[in-house]
Design a protein around this ligand. Structure first.
Ligand code: 7TS
Length: 422
């Protein structure tokens, strides 16, 4: 018997959420902004999350009381800025589940983290005829850097197919793994489908075949507990701005043995030990990969976001968002002509859909008229759209501060779309 989309959602934590959402909402100033007299229902968290006052305050405090460049001066402010920057690194290390701070490289975000691996690990280890394995549900950030590496090296890009629910075909994955596979790069949580992938399983199989595994964790770290040492992955990429931190800061976790042997990504200050015109020697990781003055307040703001996530509790957040996912799925299925894109059994709080009556951009526009912020488009995952035969989807994606009432407002808006276009 066919299983309905709402039966397909399963997460480890079920039941009514114990999260005090009203209290949390008070920490996010943007949620008080009115659009036509009503607070905005912000359902575009996969694009970027809003920031709590605690993160804004940490950045404000840095510029008003602590600002100086890091790793350079002997003076008080420089030492303080350096301490705060390095404390942020330790917070990230603990957050992703490693005790080794030097395994944490600050980058601009997930995109830069993946490019760093493709450049610094890929060019050293991938040769003509080798293979790189990604999946059909990747964000462009986890496709294009590997295509570029293939162009440079003569390696081949292989793609793990997905089924009609948006789940990886694991049998096909295993068939695609060969001794030529050097890198498997896989998304942890799909931004277009919401699918949560079985990363540990993939890592174990890939390692048995001799490949290293890169995980795109952009959509995972705001929503799930992540422990890189349990997953066993070699690299893990994340973005601060999707997990209630600032834009322009992200992280690459890399296993120390691998980072140690990798060539630099960019050249400049901070990544060197000594420079002469004849020869430059490079700094140790992670500094070897952080050329130039880093995004100091970004790192400090990310540290504050991690403190905030810890204080609220990531398991509680996951349970709350799962409740929104279940509720939202049921409510969306009431809407005439609605097709859910992404009905995996194990999903995070992402609801992508099409309406028979209107193009996703029109849907997004009418929802905006109602003060409901969703994203309409291909979500930088064009191969996913091609797989499902749609030009685009409308996507609602949840964060810790969203409510059932906001979902009701979206559903009312969708009935309005059907009334106008139907
Ligand atoms: N990987 C995934 C799975 C993503 O969802 C995104 C951004 C990225 C990588 C890139 O992250 P960045 O911080 O380096 O830009 N995803 C989206 C989205 O779904 N809507 O806007 C950006």
């Amino acid at each position: 018997m066919a299983v309905s989309p709402k039966e397909r959602i399963a997460m480890p934590v079920a039941g009514r959420p114990p999260l005090d959402v009203e209290r949390i909402r008070q920490d996010f100033p943007v949620l008080r902004v009115l659009q036509r007299g009503r607070p905005i229902a912000y359902l575009d968290n996969a694009a970027t999350s809003q920031k709590p006052q605690q993160v804004i305050d940490a950045i404000y405090r840095y510029y008003s009381e602590q600002n100086a460049n890091v790793h350079r001066g002997v003076h008080y402010l420089s030492q303080q800025a350096t301490d705060l920057y390095e404390q942020a690194r330790s917070k990230v290390a603990k957050f992703v589940g490693t005790t080794v701070g030097c395994e944490i490289v600050f980058t601009r975000g997930t995109t830069e983290s993946i490019n760093l691996v493709a450049h610094s690990y890929g060019r050293q280890h991938v040769k003509s005829g080798d293979e790189i394995l990604i999946s059909h549900m990747e964000h462009h950030s986890n496709i294009v850097p590997w295509q570029m590496l293939c162009e440079q090296t003569g390696a081949h890009l292989k793609v793990i197919p997905i089924n009609d629910d948006g789940e990886l075909l694991l049998d096909e994955f295993e068939k695609l793994l060969t001794p030529r596979t050097k890198i498997v790069s896989i998304v942890h949580v799909s931004n277009a489908l919401g699918t949560i992938n079985p990363v540990k399983y993939i890592v174990d199989k890939a390692h048995a075949a001799g490949a290293v595994v890169v995980v795109d964790g952009a959509q995972a770290t705001p929503h799930l507990p992540v422990t890189v040492k349990e997953l066993g992955c070699d690299f893990y990429a994340l973005s601060g701005h999707k997990m209630y931190g600032p834009t322009g800061i992200g992280v690459l976790y890399g296993r120390a043995e691998l980072l140690e042997r990798m060539q630099p990504f960019q050249g400049g200050g901070d990544m060197i030990l000594s420079v002469t015109f004849e020869k430059t020697t490079y700094n140790h990781h992670p500094f070897r990969f952080e050329a130039g003055t880093p995004h100091i307040e970004g790192a400090i703001g990310l540290g504050a976001a991690i403190d905030y996530l810890h204080a609220v509790g990531i398991e509680k957040i996951a349970a709350h968002e799962h409740d929104l996912l279940e509720y939202g799925t049921q409510r969306l299925l009431e809407v005439d002509g609605l097709r859910l894109i992404g009905t995996a059994r194990v999903k995070a709080g992402v609801l992508g859909f099409t309406l028979a009556s209107a193009h996703p951009h029109d849907v997004g526009q009418i929802l905006d008229d109602q003060g409901v912020a969703v994203r309409a488009g291909h979500h930088c995952a064009q191969p996913v759209m091609q797989r499902f035969g749609v030009p685009a989807t409308t996507r609602a994606s949840f964060g810790m501060y969203n409510t059932r009432e906001e979902i009701d407002r979206m559903v009312d808006g969708l009935h309005e779309v059907n009334r106008i276009f139907g």
